[in-house]
Every structure is written in C-alpha cells, then in structure tokens.
Design a binder for this molecule. Structure first.
Ligand SMILES: NC(=O)c1ccc[n+]([C@@H]2O[C@H](COP(=O)([O-])OP(=O)(O)OC[C@H]3O[C@@H](n4cnc5c(N)ncnc54)[C@H](OP(=O)(O)O)[C@@H]3O)[C@@H](O)[C@H]2O)c1
Length: 252
C-alpha cells in the first residue's frame, strides 16, 4: 500500500473523504433522507420519478463512458493503472448487464437521487484512476495486486449470484417482495452487498493508494447502513423479528 506524503492537499482530501462518508451515512440513517431507489423510494409531491430500470441506467452509464475513456488513457500508463481502469470498467459493464438483463424491478426511483449517485460514482471513478496513477510502480506490491484480482472476481461473483436469486423471486412475473432464500441469503439479509464490499477491498488493493482506502471506507459504511435498513424493512414488511445478521454470516 502506498502512503502519500502528508501534504496539505492530501490531508484535506483524506479529511474530505471521511467527512463526506460520515454525512452519507447520517443521511442514510434518517428515513426522511435515504437515497430514494428500490425499497426506499418514497415519492413526495415535488419528486420527479422514473422507472427503476431507467434510474439505474442514469446511475451507471456516465461511469461506463468515463471508465472507457480512462481505459484508453491508461494504455500508456503503468500496469497497476491499466488494471484499475480495466476492473472499474468491468464492474460498471456488469452492473449495466444486470440492470438490463437480470434485475426485475417493481417500482420507480427518485431521479434527483439517481443523478446524485451517478455524479458520485463518476467522480469516484476519475479520482480512483487519478490517485492510482500517482502510485510509483516501485511502490506497488504484486502480491497485493494478485490478491486484489482474486477478491474482485470473488466479490463480483458473489454479488451476481445473489442478484440472480433475487430476480428468480419474480420469475412468475409478480412484482411482490418475498423473503429471499438460498445461497448466503440463508445466513444474512444482504449477501449481494457483502459481495460488493469484497469488490471494494479488491479495488483498494489494486489501486494501492491509501486515500482510495479512505474513499472506499465511506462506500462500505453506506452499504452497511443500507443493509441494516433492509433488515428493518424486512422485519416491518413481514412482521417478523430476526437475529439473522445484515451482512456477515455469524457476525453483523
Ligand atoms: N457502490 C455502492 O455504494 C452501491 C450502493 C448500493 C447498491 N450497489 C450495487 O447495486 C446492487 C443493487 O442494489 P440495490 O440496493 O438496488 O439492491 P436491492 O434493493 O436488493 O434490489 C436489487 C433487485 O432485487 C429486487 N429485490 C430486492 N429485494 C427483493 C425481494 N425481497 N423480493 C423480490 N425482489 C427483490 C429489487 O427490486 P425493486 O427494485 O422492486 O426493489 C431489484 O430489482 C447491489 O448489490 C450493489 O451491487 C452499490
């Protein structure tokens, strides 16, 4: 892992990443300000709503375009920069494939929230590539990058497998929510988020930059709160009390 010099810009960026993570988590903990998509899309009179599929395309398409451009730019950069560009692109292409061909959505999303998420993904994609390019090749660890690649495929595979289970709950065409079963759903409420978090760890190992680790901590915090809210949502929706953890089997 590469630790940049503690210059004023680097310290400010690190603190900014931490503060924005804390504000994102606080926002998600408040039911009135949760990001409005999927189960948590609560329309108000002034909200502009779009079908969930279109909302998800708004979220992911800008990042695909930026990652494609970043991939072209990375061609004459060091190996670790090329790897980060390639795996970022792969991640967003997988998400677009799932939005178009896997997920069976039931509702609508708040367009403004989708645009906010799209901007944060796009901004992070550029930031990640930029900081990765600042890591000198001599400071990279082949072991960490190898582990990063393995974890990327593990995380994305786990995430995709559980998206398929969720989609199968609606294979009869019904839009209702059911309690998911099978795979790690038997042990946690949100194994697809666990997969995504493993992917975050993978991208941190591939980028090798400490500031990217701080940015990814915010994303982990956001998904952890979203998983916690999902568990509360299942308890209310199905009138159950549960000891099943949100994210990590046997733990939390
Ligand atoms: N990087 C990040 O910060 C971040 C944040 C959030 C999500 N993500 C990624 O996006 C993926 C999807 O996230 P999400 O929050 O949209 O997941 P989600 O709420 O679990 O929904 C995923 C899909 O499954 C359906 N679904 C969920 N629960 C269901 C149930 N009980 N019965 C039937 N269908 C159900 C949803 O339908 P409805 O649309 O009708 O609810 C939607 O089509 C994650 O796994 C992750 O890969 C990334």
């Amino acid at each position: 892992m590469y630790y940049p010099d503690p210059t004023i810009p680097n310290v400010l960026i690190g603190c900014g990443a931490l503060l924005s993570g804390v504000s994102l988590i606080r926002r998600e903990l408040n039911p009135a300000t949760q990001m409005g998509y999927s189960k948590f899309a609560k329309a108000t009179k002034s909200s502009v709503m779009v079908p969930s599929k279109q909302g998800m395309l708004v979220i992911y398409l800008p990042s695909v375009v930026l990652c494609l451009l970043g991939g072209l730019w990375s061609l004459d950069q060091a190996r670790h920069v090329k790897l980060v560009a390639f795996f970022s692109l792969l991640h967003f292409l997988k998400r677009i494939y799932e939005v178009l061909c896997v997920h069976r959505y039931s509702g609508q999303a708040i367009l403004k929230d989708n645009i906010v998420i799209a901007c944060s993904y796009a901004g992070f994609s550029i930031t990640q590539l930029y900081f990765t390019s600042k890591v000198p090749s001599s400071a990279t660890s082949s072991y960490e990058m190898g582990l990063g690649m393995a974890l990327f495929f593990l995380g994305e595979g786990l995430n995709h497998y559980h998206h398929l289970i969720l989609a199968n709950l609606r294979k009869d065409g019904a839009k209702a929510y059911k309690i998911p079963q099978g795979g790690l759903f038997d042990y946690v409420w949100c194994p697809h988020y666990l997969g995504e978090i493993i992917s975050f760890v993978a991208m941190t190992l591939l980028s090798q930059h400490m500031l990217i680790f701080i940015f990814q901590l915010s994303s982990v915090g956001y998904l952890a709160v979203r998983a916690y809210n999902t568990r509360l949502w299942y308890e209310q929706k199905f009138n159950i009390t549960t000891k099943k953890p949100c994210l990590v089997p046997g733990l939390l």
